[in-house]
Write a protein that binds this ligand. Structure first.
Ligand code: AMP
Length: 192
């Protein structure tokens, strides 16, 4: 299955994606993680994107497209993948369509839904536990703003295509994972 996981910062995408990937035997491809690793390694890409990521802004669609195209060309993604954090803008949806071409398509898009107040609480907690440089109150507000303005429209596109699957992202990690499993089993049964 070719899957996308989607939702505001703090919705639990990364946590759930890692579990889904392990369970289904498909690579979990997190563009945020790829960018953070590039920044940490001090690579040329890392130098280019550091300030953007740390401010909670979006890296350009062109750069992201190249990164994802290269990653999806790896052999482990041939039989399925779970993309976490991409596409994040309407143009990135088109880029992904082009990368997948005629032979591959997105089977299901999981959208994790969590109320705003809980998102901010979760992100502030993560800031103290993981020390991610973009988890501070100012950047959190900015990332939520960017999500609403640029990323929320992506849901509408997949909704129109009939592949969007909303999942209640509140409760424990196990509870959310159980809901996701049910949604994916249903999608598979419907021939997605
Ligand atoms: P995430 O771990 O998905 O929350 O991503 C962390 C940060 O990486 C985001 O706030 C953006 O700065 C950057 N980023 C990740 N994925 C994308 C993308 N598809 N397009 C643009 N920027 C991205």
């Amino acid at each position: 299955m070719n899957l996308l996981i989607f939702g505001p910062p703090g919705a639990g995408k990364g946590t759930q994606a890692a579990r889904i990937g392990a369970q289904r035997g498909i690579p979990h491809i997190s563009t945020g993680e790829m960018l953070r690793m590039a920044v940490e390694s001090g690579s040329e890409l890392g130098e280019r994107v550091k300030a953007i990521v740390e401010r909670g802004h979006l890296v350009s669609d062109e750069v992201m497209g190249e990164l994802v195209e290269q990653r999806l060309a790896e052999p482990d993604a041939a039989a399925g993948f779970l993309l976490d954090g991409f596409p994040r803008t309407a143009p990135q949806v088109e880029i992904l369509d082009r990368i997948l071409g005629d032979d591959r398509r997105v089977d299901a898009v999981l959208m994790l839904e969590v109320p705003d107040e809980e998102l901010v609480q979760r992100l502030l907690r993560r800031a103290s536990v993981e020390g991610r440089p973009d988890d501070n109150r100012e950047t959190i507000e900015e990332r939520l703003r960017v999500y609403r303005a640029r990323t929320a429209p992506v849901a509408g596109i997949y909704q129109e295509r009939g592949v969007l699957r909303a999942v209640d992202g509140t409760g424990s990690i196990d509870q959310v994972f159980t809901r996701i499993e049910a949604v994916l089993d249903r999608a598979a049964a419907e021939g997605a």
